[in-house]
Each structure stands twice: as structure tokens, then as C-alpha cells.
Design a protein around this ligand. Structure first.
Ligand code: FSX
Length: 354
């Protein structure tokens, strides 16, 4: 439960130095795209803040989001739970079960009325009254509405909670919808990804605790600091794309030389996320670095939208339409220039052969 002790007092009691707090604050400033000068203000705000009560609800999902969060390197889940938040309810991580677990959720709601944050992973079943996913005799829909009523804010983690995700894919047998379709009178931050990058979840929660307000959000309610650029914008293979050098398969010369994966289906040009910069497993790698194209898991309609290995330009059968759509999303120049480079090369080849 949230205590009256400030985070600063608690850190002193736990023997955590001010230097460690400043280091952590500098990391948070970088993660949330704040100027380095903000780190002292963050440290002061964090020291004065009280641990945030968080109730974590899991609905129709695969537990990948929690698996991902527990692999957060900085802030680590231990940092989060012990220093910043009071994780008052989380079905996978809590020790209690059954009636005691349900009691923990109700107590946290009562004691922190109007002040607790609800984190949700998984989509909400709505078909036939939501009977396809229940817990403690209540549908997910009931639990969400009940818990959200007196919450300060909600955070949908994972593409399932943010946009419906895999449970929402055709034919959507449970009538799965995102949290934001049910709760419309409270702020809902979306941290999409299947699963989301652990530091994106941890950083957003830390920002909320530190500043007591929402970070800047994009048009899909995702933190701009994490989702402001496409994978393509930050991809280390981008120079090959700009030169029109594409792998045509996963074992050809282009693949071996690390060329762009656009033609083997990479969805990086239309996917907004920080995989290319934050990476995974503490910055070790990300799918494109491992030789596989981006699947576009952090965008709405992930799964239904297109084949994983079908190039973006093939989804409409009309490359110009993709370029037009991409331009609207602010990435047209790169694609257009790459296509022009390729067209130029094809024309040059034709000329040299004729
Ligand atoms: Fe969905 Fe998360 Fe994908 Fe899985 O909780 S976003 S299926 S990683 O687990 O909700």
C-alpha cells in the first residue's frame, strides 16, 4: 500500500545514495526525451513524491507484457516495485490468491480512491456480456469498469490492451476491444507493442510518478518520447534503403551483407516504436539486427493488417499508394527516394543492356 513516507525518505532508509538517485534521474530524462538539465529537477520531484499505488489488471493476453516488464533493465522491476510504486494487485506477481487477492484490489481502491493508477494488459471481451474472460466470478469488463471508476489514470500496456491486438484479430470470437473503447472519461495512456519494450513501460510509469502528469502523447495516446519516430527513421540499415539495396530473401547475398529488409516484409516504415534505439535485453539487439523484418506489432490492427513477409508495397498491389500513405505519415521522402534510386538503376541496367 502507498505510505505517507516520501520516496526520498524511503531511499535513505534503504541505504540508497543520492548519487544513485541522480543517476537514475539522468536515465529517466534521456528515456523520456527530456533535456539533461531536467535530471536534477526529476531527482528533487522523485525524492518528494510518495509511492504510487498501482493496480495491474490482466485480461485477454499471453502474459508476454509482464514477462517483458520483468526484464526491464533500468528502471528494473525491483526499482519500480520497491522504490517508486506500490504494486497493490498483480495476478502474476502477487503472492496471495483467491479471496485474499480480490481483497487486496478492493482495499487499494478504497484507500487510494482517486489517486491510484490502473495498468491493464490484455483486451476486453465484450461479446455476450463479456463472458469469455472472467476472474473471481466477474467478467473483465465488470472489473475494468469497477476499478477505473475512481482511478487517477489508466495505462494500457501491450497492443492487446491498447488496440485489441491478437484477441481482436479476425474473426474476433470474444468481441475483444481495447481499454480506451470502454473507459472514455479518464486519461488512458497506450504503450503498445506485443510485447512492449520493458523500458517504455517502466519509464512511462516512472514519469507519471515523478511529475504527477501524463507525458506528451501522440494521436494514438502513446508517449511521444517512445513512439515519436518510426523504426525505419532510426534503423541502422536505413543507408541501404536509401541506396536501394534490398535483401530479396533471408539467405541471399543482400541478407548476408545486412541490406534493408523492406522487400522481405519489414513493417519498419509504418511502425512507430523505439526498438531501433532502446533495443531489447538491455540494449543487446532488436529483430532487424537479428536479420528479421519488423512485424509492426505496436500498430493498430497488428495481425490482420498484412502478411509478415509481404512487402508493404505489395499490400495494395500499387507501390505509389504505399508511398502516398507513407508520405502522409511523414516517411514518404525515404521510400520515394529509394524507389527512385531503384527505378534509376533498373533504367540504367536496361540502357546498358540495349
Ligand atoms: Fe498482448 Fe500482453 Fe502481446 Fe502477450 O499482456 S500485447 S499477446 S505479448 O501478453 O497483451
Amino acid at each position: 500500500m502507498a505510505t505517507s513516507e516520501t520516496i526520498g525518505e524511503e531511499l535513505v532508509r534503504r541505504g540508497i545514495s543520492r548519487r544513485a538517485l541522480l543517476k537514475y534521474s539522468a536515465y529517466l530524462a534521456t528515456l523520456m526525451a527530456l533535456p539533461p538539465t531536467a535530471s536534477k529537477a526529476i531527482a528533487a520531484a522523485l525524492a518528494a513524491a510518495r509511492r504510487q499505488s498501482v493496480i495491474w489488471l490482466s485480461f485477454q493476453e499471453c502474459t508476454g507484457c509482464t514477462e517483458s516488464l520483468t526484464r526491464s533493465f533500468s528502471p528494473t522491476i525491483e526499482d519500480m516495485i520497491f522504490n517508486l510504486i506500490s504494486l497493490d494487485y498483480h495476478e502474476t506477481l502477487q503472492a496471495v490468491s483467491g479471496a485474499a487477492a480480490e481483497q487486496a484490489r478492493l482495499s487499494a481502491m478504497r484507500e487510494n480512491r482517486g489517486k491510484y493508477v490502473v495498468v491493464i494488459d490484455g483486451s476486453v471481451s465484450t461479446k455476450d456480456g463479456g463472458v469469455y474472460s472472467t476472474n473471481a466470478g466477474k467478467t473483465n469488463l465488470q472489473v475494468l469498469e469497477e476499478t477505473a471508476e475512481h482511478a487517477l489514470a489508466l495505462i494500457s500496456v501491450g497492443t492487446c490492451a491498447a488496440f485489441g491486438g491478437i484477441p481482436h484479430a479476425h474473426p474476433n470470437p470474444t468481441g475483444a476491444v481495447p481499454v480506451s473503447e470502454i473507459i472514455t472519461d479518464k486519461p488512458v495512456i497506450n504503450i503498445s507493442g506485443c510485447p512492449p519494450i520493458p523500458e517504455a513501460m517502466a519509464g512511462t510509469i516512472a514519469y507519471l510518478v515523478t511529475f504527477g502528469k501524463l507525458p506528451d502523447l501522440d494521436h494514438l495516446n502513446r508517449p511521444k518520447a517512445i513512439f515519436g519516430d518510426t523504426i525505419h527513421d532510426r534503423c541502422y540499415r536505413r543507408p541501404f534503403y536509401d541506396k536501394g539495396l534490398f535483401a530479396k530473401g533471408f539467405d541471399d547475398e543482400g541478407a548476408r551483407k545486412g541490406w534493408c529488409l523492406y522487400e522481405v516484409g519489414c513493417k519498419g516504415p509504418v511502425t512507430y516504436n523505439a526498438c531501433a534505439t532502446l533495443k531489447w535485453n538491455g540494449g543487446v539487439s532488436f529483430p532487424i539486427q537479428s536479420g528479421h523484418g519488423c512485424l509492426g506489432c505496436s500498430e493498430p490492427d497488428f495481425w490482420d493488417k498484412g502478411g509478415f513477409y509481404r512487402p508493404l508495397s505489395a499490400s495494395t498491389g500499387n507501390p505509389a499508394a504505399v508511398v502516398g500513405g507513407a508520405a502522409a505519415a511523414g516517411i514518404g521522402v525515404g521510400i520515394a527516394s529509394a524507389l527512385l534510386v531503384r527505378r534509376h538503376k533498373l533504367d540504367a541496367n536496361k540502357e546498358s543492356k540495349s
